[in-house]
Design a protein around this ligand. Structure first.
Ligand SMILES: *[C@@H]1O[C@H](CO)[C@@H](O)[C@H](O)[C@H]1NC(C)=O
Length: 224
């Protein structure tokens, strides 16, 4: 998944490149010989890092043929209230696409234990990807971006600046479904997994729809 990694390294939150950026564990798929029409997953938020420093981001992302990174975010900031009106100990979460600049929907607070559903779907009528972020079943943030076709899907644990001197807690993605435009039976062979385990990638239609019941991301301490 060099696509996702390279793109992500550019600037998740529109930051100067001089700042430290680091990546931890991941579960990454792609590129597919087809393209990804739809991806749905639910991130169960862990505790924020202690102390909360700028910035730790958890995201499932899709690198696209347009050079974009579709990446709904959950971010821990040193000052959560200045970013999304959150209180200490909370995350900020929102729909987002890195498209040169970081585009975003409404940023909202979220708690450890919340189930944050991140759903991406290609809209044939607009040729855009529609993102919907829901917390515990309630839609909180949306964004649609013209981004081309999605080529891969992967989870990331990304630190920037002071958070690269901290620890990201273990967390889990539930009920992940990735729907390709056309069957690609070798999609499973593109899996790159590090400091993470999964219940296994399954398909019931010969490689068009892929599901993973559980992706468990391990705790990671940065030393950057
Ligand atoms: C996405 O996943 C959530 C949680 O499993 C589920 O409630 C929702 O119906 C799914 N959305 C679609 C469009 O499949």
């Amino acid at each position: 998944m060099s696509t996702i990694r390279n793109l992500a390294a550019l600037a998740v939150l529109g930051l100067a490149q001089a700042e430290t950026i680091g990546f931890g564990p991941h579960f990454s798929l792609g590129p597919t010989s087809s393209w990804i029409r739809e991806a749905n997953t639910t991130l169960v938020l862990p505790e924020v890092p202690s102390p909360q420093q700028d910035r730790l981001a958890l995201w499932p992302g899709m690198g696209t043929s347009g050079g974009d990174l579709i990446q709904a975010l959950a971010v821990s900031f040193s000052d959560p209230s200045a970013n999304c009106g959150a209180t200490a100990g909370q995350w900020c979460t929102w729909a987002s696409t890195l498209q040169g600049e970081q585009l975003g929907g409404k940023q909202v607070p979220a708690n450890a234990g919340d189930e944050v559903n991140m759903h991406y779907k290609y809209n044939d009528e607009t040729s855009k990807f529609d993102q919907t972020v829901s917390i515990n079943g309630e839609v909180v943030s949306t964004l649609s971006t013209k981004s081309g076709q999605a080529q891969g899907w992967g989870t990331a644990v990304e630190c920037q600046a002071e958070a690269c001197d901290g620890t990201a807690a273990a967390h889990e993605y539930l009920d992940t479904t990735i729907i390709l435009n056309a069957a690609d039976s070798s999609f499973k062979d593109t899996l790159a997994i590090e400091e993470a385990t999964s219940s296994g990638l399954k398909t019931s239609d010969n490689g068009k729809t892929w599901t993973v019941d559980s992706i468990k991301i391990q705790s990671h301490t940065y030393n950057l």
